[in-house]
Design a protein around this ligand. Structure first.
Ligand SMILES: NC(=O)c1ccc[n+]([C@@H]2O[C@H](COP(=O)([O-])OP(=O)(O)OC[C@H]3O[C@@H](n4cnc5c(N)ncnc54)[C@H](OP(=O)(O)O)[C@@H]3O)[C@@H](O)[C@H]2O)c1
Length: 280
């Protein structure tokens, strides 16, 4: 594929998070101008403050959308509509949207983007391997015990490095506009499988513990988390991991022309970086 002659100016939302950080790094390393989309950047970008969107989009010709907390939450479609309006008004031409598999609410946001006059690419992803190393389950891994609700289906965890590679290509190359890449890793893993792989890679004793769904919810509630966050976490476990996302897809191969990175490779790499070293 050939590189576009004019380098776009890209707003990367979630630029301090699991995918955005890697995408911003790739763009910067390759000499493409990037604006960091973060509540702590200047100008600030905040999904909860629409007034920050136009300043963050000013002068941009491309954008990477990683909507937080999740496209599956109530009201996400209105936010995405508003953001796309602002992007259109700013003159953005190319949009890469990070989406989730098996979430009808996320698919409504995808449809909204597809209906617009952008060069769009959608990365519809399964759960990220980095949920075990950058948040969500990191504390459990460090404590030697990862607790989840019982009865979760296996999921083909995808490596955020593959997502970042695909986003980088879609933002910088021709040939990805109008494409929806459904991206998974190469193997469906249960939580027990994934935790065992991390235990192998680290040489540490790390257990996976299942508790009844109601007990898991109750444990979240007593921590004082906002009810909408508790609902989202339970939705991601019980709906998204009900088996609908277990089948593998070839989106990584389609986007990158190479097979997806495996969870075992992710685990070895991350263990070598010391991320899972026992707390001292
Ligand atoms: N994690 C998964 O397994 C998975 C799977 C499929 C799809 N997805 C999708 O990926 C997206 C991101 O999820 P993630 O888990 O990877 O999170 P993440 O990107 O690691 O989340 C952290 C990022 O979100 C930013 N952020 C937090 N609150 C914000 C706000 N109010 N306004 C603007 N930015 C905000 C943070 O920026 P600052 O703190 O610097 O402002 C940081 O860059 C979601 O749409 C999710 O549905 C995730």
């Amino acid at each position: 594929m050939t590189q576009s002659p004019d380098k776009s100016f890209t707003l990367v939302t979630g630029a301090t998070g699991k995918t955005g950080l890697r995408i911003a790094q790739r763009l910067t390393d390759a000499g493409w101008p990037v604006r960091i989309g973060s509540r702590n950047a200047t100008p600030a970008f905040d999904w909860e403050r629409p007034g920050t969107w136009a300043p963050a989009l000013d002068g941009m010709t491309a954008a990477y959308i990683a909507y937080v907390p999740d496209l599956a939450v109530e009201g996400s479609l209105d936010v995405i509509r508003g953001f796309l309006d602002a992007a259109q008004a700013a003159g953005v031409r190319r949009i890469v949207l990070l989406s989730g598999r098996g979430e009808p609410e996320a698919q409504a946001c995808e449809n909204e983007l597809m209906a617009r006059d952008f060069e769009w690419t959608i990365l519809r992803c399964s759960w990220f391997a980095q949920n075990f190393s950058e948040n969500f389950f990191l504390d459990g891994v460090l404590a030697g015990e990862v607790v989840t609700p019982s009865g979760l289906a296996a999921d083909p965890l995808v490596d955020a490095e593959d997502i970042a590679d695909a986003a980088f290509r879609a933002l910088t190359e021709d040939g990805h506009a109008g494409r929806l890449y459904e991206m998974t890793g190469p193997q469906a893993l249960t939580f027990a499988d994934a935790v065992a792989e991390i235990a192998r890679a680290t040489g540490r004793d790390i257990r996976h513990v299942e508790v009844p769904v109601a007990d898991y919810r109750a444990a979240l509630e007593v921590t004082g988390l906002p009810p909408e966050y508790v609902n989202l976490v339970m939705y991601l476990f019980t709906t998204v991991l009900d088996g609908r996302n277990t089948p593998l897809t070839d989106g990584v191969q389609q986007a990158l022309g190479q097979p997806p990175r495996s969870f075992a490779e992710f685990a070895r790499r991350t263990a070598a970086e010391g991320v899972w070293d026992p707390p001292t």
